[in-house]
Structures are given as C-alpha cells and as structure tokens.
Design a protein around this ligand. Structure first.
Ligand code: GLA
Ligand code: ZN
Length: 659
C-alpha cells in the first residue's frame, strides 16, 4: 500500500449523489489520499433493527477509489439512531441528578448498558463483515472522541452496578474500601458493597477518595467500551488498522491505557477553535501533539486538523493567511505522519453548520482550499522522508491522570488547572527550544536528563523512590507545590512533613502555605522580580540553597525556589505557580544544570522541533507571529523545502536538514 499522507473527513450522505464524483476529483487534485467516513452514519447504515444498508457507502468508497483515495471508517457508536432510543430508552445516559439526557445531540449513550452493547456488537460486526474484503477500506476509527460529552456521565443503574463490581475487584472486602475512602468522616462507613452508589448529587460535599475512584472507574469503562469493539474488528478484519481520534489533554479517559488497544494514536487539533478566548496558543498546540506522540512513542495520525473558521453557536476567528498551513506544519513537526483535514465541505445542516470545511457551503474553493493545497504541494514530498522519524528529547514532562483527577476534585485555588499549570513549564521549554516528551508516573525516566514533574499531589513510596533515583543518578528533577500531600487513595499523608516523601531529597521543609486568593505574590530572583500565582509554599531550608525568595506578604524574604544536590543530580522545588518570565528563568537554570542542549535558531515567537530518522534529521521552524522573522545565521543546516530564504514570513514554516 502506498503511503497515506493527507486526507479529509468526508460526509457524502450530506450531499446529493451527483456531487460525489466532483468531490472525489477535487480531493485527488488537492493531493488527498484518504477520507474518514461513517462515524456518524448509523441511522443510514441501519435504519431499522438488523436492516443494513451499506450500498451507499460502497458506492462512495468506489467513487473515491477511482480517484485513488482510500477510506477509514468510523464505528458509529457515538450517535445511536432514534429507533434504538425508542426501543431501549435505558441506553440513554443519566446525569448526576438522576436525570436522563435524551436523543437530539450526540453521545446520548450509556457505555455500560447491556442493551446498548448488543446494538454496538450488531452494527460493528455487520460493518466488519461487510467491508472486510474491500481493499479500499484500510482501517477503522473506534467511535468518535470517546469521553467527549460524557464528562461526568453516566450515573445510571447499570453504571452503578458496574462501579460496585469494579470496587469489589479493587478492594476485595468492604473494610479495605472503608479505609481507602476514609469513611470514618461524616459517618460514611459502608457495611457492604451494595450500599455504595454512583456519586450522584449530594446535599453538600463529596468524599474525595470516592470521587477519585469514580474517575478511575469511568476511565476504565470507556477503555472497556472501546476494547469490546476492537475485539470484533481484530477478529473479523485482522488486516485493517485500528485507531481512535483522541483529544490531547482531555481527561475523561486515560489515553495511555486506551491507546494500547490501537495500532497507532490519532488526535483532533483545532488551534483556533471557539472554545478558548484569546489568540491561538502555540504551547497548547505543541503540548497536545507531543502528548499524543508520547502515548505510543511513535508517529501518529491527525484525524481532524482545522481547515477553516470554526464554531457551533458562536465562532472563533477566521484563520489568518498562512495560519492553516502553520498549524498543519506544527502537527508534522511534532511527529504526525498523516493529516486528515476536518472537514471536506461546510455542512448545510445541524449543530455544526458553522464548523467550516476546506470548501465553504457553496462548494466553490476559496482561500482555505488554496492555502491548504499549497501546503500539501510543499509538504508532501518532504513527508515521504520524515515518515517514521521521531523527536528525541532529553527532557520529559510528567502528565498523570491520577494527579489531573485529584486536582480537578480539589483544585485548591479556583483558578488552578492541572493542565494549565503544566503548560507554564511547557511554554518555557518551547520558548527555550528544548524539545519535550510526556511521560507517565509509571515509566522509567533513565533516558532523560531533565524531568519536570509538576503538581505531584498524590505520591506513593514507589514513585517517590523512582524520582529520587532519577536525580541520584545524575538527572535534574523539577518538582513543585503540593508535592506528596496525599497517598494513592487521596488521603493525606500523616507521617512526614511536606513535601512529604520528597522532603529529604529537596533538603527543605514546608512549614505552612498560602492560597493566593487576593492576587499574586512578588518573588525576587537576583535582580529580577517575578510573580508567584495561586499558591505559595512557605519553606524552611534544611541543606538546600534558596534561588528565589518571596518579596511581598508577611513571608517576604523566605525561600520560594530551592535547589538541592541529590547524588549526582539536582532537585529543584518551586513553591508557587510561576508567571511567564519566572518560568523562563527557572527552565533556563534547570536545563543548564541538566546539560540539556537546546535546538538552534532561538528567537521570540519561533517554535523549533527536530525529527530524526533513517532519512535524516529535519528541523522545523514555525513562526507563530504575524510578523516576518529574520533568521539568525546558523551553521550546519540546509533547506529541505523550496522557497526558503533568510526571512520566515508571518505564520510561515521552514524545514531544514543537516548540511
Ligand atoms: C470534534 C468531532 C467532530 C466535530 C468537530 C467540530 O473534533 O470529532 O465530529 O464535531 O469536533 O465540532
Ligand atoms: Zn450508564
């Protein structure tokens, strides 16, 4: 099979049959190799129980195949048809108030419900049987964005029963559960598993240990829902690949566990979406892509790459000239081997009328089409060479679902966000041209020089020992506020002062802390003054050196950032959430102690990544600003793309290879 480099998400069922040939021809002319289809087409494929209609899809696949375009099909389980909800209303999910949520949007399904599983089994099996010998169907996407819209769902009796089973398997006996959940508080002890409910709405307060187990359980449930479909597809269509379109740092599902089921990871990327205020954030974009690559430590697919102005009821800005190509180049720069643009043509109906595609509603190519066509022409030959290559970072950033969930349950400060906090470090690393992998709390860190592990709020002796040994063996470890407050059950550690299991390796103790509800605290580091935000740990040195100190509040003059020798390495501790210049300074210091080599061409607004593989080293330079950037002279690199001078245009992307 030839390499699949570019594609688009296509909904032939939204358009008259007479248009399909035109679409297919235009796709081929644009340089597209693949379409993803059918992930929301259940009602058309099975309009009544057991009555399958795949002929329209066969025809669409054949029309596309004539132009050399192959298909990835989505299993349509994110949108069960009305007749299923009418027949089995209990498949609709229930919210925390015990209220069913109904048909009319999407994701109106309960993933544990036995009747729903049967419906899924039937449609997935029928699709697999029908398409198994079709050479133009090359792979499958399971469902669509698992966890999207399900956040906080489902609290129905079926999920509740399954939660009890999950708890029984985890704890064995009810006394162990009572200990792990700290049920001595507020008279919450249970005499049997039968007394435990899904954590529906309470009068007041929630048990944080129970809430954490519920998050773990719902993540496992989503993995099981996917695995159930994967098993059918692997059995019936073993020669087709299986993937799933994930959503970066979305936290409903542990993507590390989920992606074990798939041949490769896929991701959906909308840098200019309407859901965030402000300018598109290159750090958010880069971090999400690095995260997805890190899941399987392999190149990935971008299954939905923004191709136009987007929105539902309200819209984001239109991508400015160059931005669509820049964002797609960023995707390649971080390790994607295939990009599928969402969507082919803006849809005339439904919730997503304004989530525009490469073509506008009228189907006549405009600026988006022209810019993406130019991008594809420029990048396609290059991507034959970058295929399979990988960034090889010396720096790792630890992302843990347990920490994300526990911090979400008790964010301490109303503005503290786990991922947002991690991004303060990522942004500084990106600006310093220091490439990053994301790692889990479970893996071996030995291959890295610098490990940044923020908000490590839940701490087990095993993890603390592995972090410590990373430093002892010569690594530089950066940890920060709320390290080691709780154990794996979300109960506070009581046997050591903070930072708990890290107190010794940090060479200091936290005697008190402040939640900065009335604004930031000043921090001075040498001659500079920065801002500490949201939180301030009050630190007493026990051998460590203070690098920066608070410069306001009653604790002015006491340490805020410390550094301590630990074996052959260093441990940095940061007692607050840093503003941007503060984080830049910290990362510069830590990267220097770690001996991490930054990538070249360091300039304001310029992102840089490196992919290394059999066909060479490829250095990507991405100008995220609306101004042209004159590149400094750097030895040893030559152009890997046509039309590259010394000046990167606004929103431009250059690629170099070793001279
Ligand atoms: C997600 C989904 C798509 C579509 C887009 C735009 O990424 O996977 O089906 O809904 O968002 O909203
Ligand atoms: Zn349910």
């Amino acid at each position: 099979m030839r390499n699949i480099v570019f594609g688009t998400d296509y909904y032939p069922e939204h358009w008259p049959r007479e248009r399909w040939e035109t679409d297919a021809r235009m796709m081929r002319e644009m340089g597209l190799d693949v379409v993803r289809m059918a992930e929301f087409s259940w009602a058309k494929m099975e309009p009544a129980l057991g009555e399958f209609h795949f002929e329209w899809l066969d025809e669409a696949i054949a029309v596309l195949a004539k132009e050399g375009i192959v298909a990835v099909l989505g299993t349509p389980t994110a949108a069960p048809p009305a007749w299923i909800c009418e027949r089995d209303p209990e498949i609709e999910p229930m919210d925390e108030n015990g209220q069913r949520l109904h048909f009319g949007g999407r994701h109106h399904d309960c993933q544990s419900n036995a009747a729903y599983r049967e419906h899924c089994r039937r449609i997935v099996t029928a699709m697999a049987e029908h398409f198994k010998d079709n050479p133009n169907v090359v792979g499958w996407q399971i469902d669509n964005e698992l966890g999207n819209s399900h956040d906080g769902l489902c609290f129905c009796p079926s999920c509740e029963a399954r939660f009890r089973e999950w708890l029984r398997a985890r704890y064995g006996d009810i006394d162990s559960l009572n200990r792990a959940w700290g049920t001595a508080f507020w008279s919450q002890q249970y005499a049997s598993f039968e007394q435990i409910h899904a954590p529906r709405r309470t009068v007041t307060g929630r048990n944080p240990s129970q809430a954490l187990d519920w998050k773990r359980f719902t993540s496992d449930l989503v993995c099981d829902f996917s695995a159930f479909q994967v098993e059918i597809l692997r059995r019936v269509t073993p020669d087709k690949f299986i993937t799933h379109n994930m959503m970066g740092f979305a936290e409903k599902v542990d993507y590390r566990k989920l992606s074990e089921q798939y041949d490769f990871a896929s991701h959906d990327q909308y840098p200019g979406g309407f859901f965030r205020p402000g300018e598109p954030d290159p750090a958010m974009g880069g971090a999400a892509l690095d995260y997805i690559r890190s899941l399987k430590k392999a190149p990935f697919w971008l299954m939905e790459q923004q191709s136009a102005i987007t929105g539902w009821q309200v819209l984001g800005r239109t991508p400015r000239p160059g931005q669509l190509g820049l964002w797609a180049a960023q995707t390649v720069a971080h390790g994607a081997d295939t990009i599928v643009f969402f969507r082919w043509r803006s849809c005339a109906m439904g919730t997503e009328q304004y989530w525009h595609g490469i073509l506008p509603h009228n189907g006549v190519p405009g600026r988006y089409h022209a810019e993406l066509s130019a991008f594809i022409r420029r990048f396609k030959p290059l991507m034959e060479k970058t295929r399979g290559s990988m960034p090889r970072p010396e720096t790792a950033l630890l992302f843990s679902y347990d920490e994300a969930w526990a911090m979400g349950i008790q964010p301490h400060h109303p503005d503290l966000r786990y991922t947002g906090h991690l991004l303060t470090y990522y942004r500084a690393l990106q600006k310093a041209h220091v490439p990053v992998d994301f790692v889990s709390a479970e893996e071996d860190y030995a291959g890295y020089r610098l490990l940044v592990a923020p908000l490590m709020y839940l701490m087990t002796p095993d993890l603390a020992a592995r972090l410590r040994s990373f430093a002892e063996q010569g690594g530089t470890l950066v940890i920060d506020m709320r390290f080691g407050v709780k154990d794996g059950s979300n109960l506070a550690h009581t046997d050591v002062p903070l930072p708990g299991l890290a107190a010794e390796m940090c060479g200091m103790e936290i005697t008190e802390f402040d939640c900065l509800r009335y604004g930031p605290v000043a921090v001075s580091w040498g001659s500079e003054t920065y801002e500490g935000r949201l939180w301030a740990d009050l630190i007493e040195l026990k051998g460590a050196e203070a690098l920066a100190s608070y410069a306001s509040e009653f604790y002015a003059g006491t340490p805020c950032v410390t550094r301590n020798r630990c074996g052959k390495g260093w441990v940095y501790y940061v007692g607050t959430e840093m503003d941007e210049p503060f984080a830049d300074r910290l990362i510069a210091e830590a990267a220097a102690s770690a001996g991490v080599a930054p990538l070249p061409f360091r300039m304001e607004g310029l992102e840089c990544t490196l992919r290394q593989g059999d066909q060479g080293e490829f250095l990507f330079l991405l100008n995220h600003t609306d101004e042209a950037v004159s590149l400094p002279a750097e030895e040893g690199w030559r152009s890997a793309l046509p039309d590259q001078g010394d000046v990167i245009p606004p929103y431009g992307a250059f690629v170099y290879t070793r001279a």
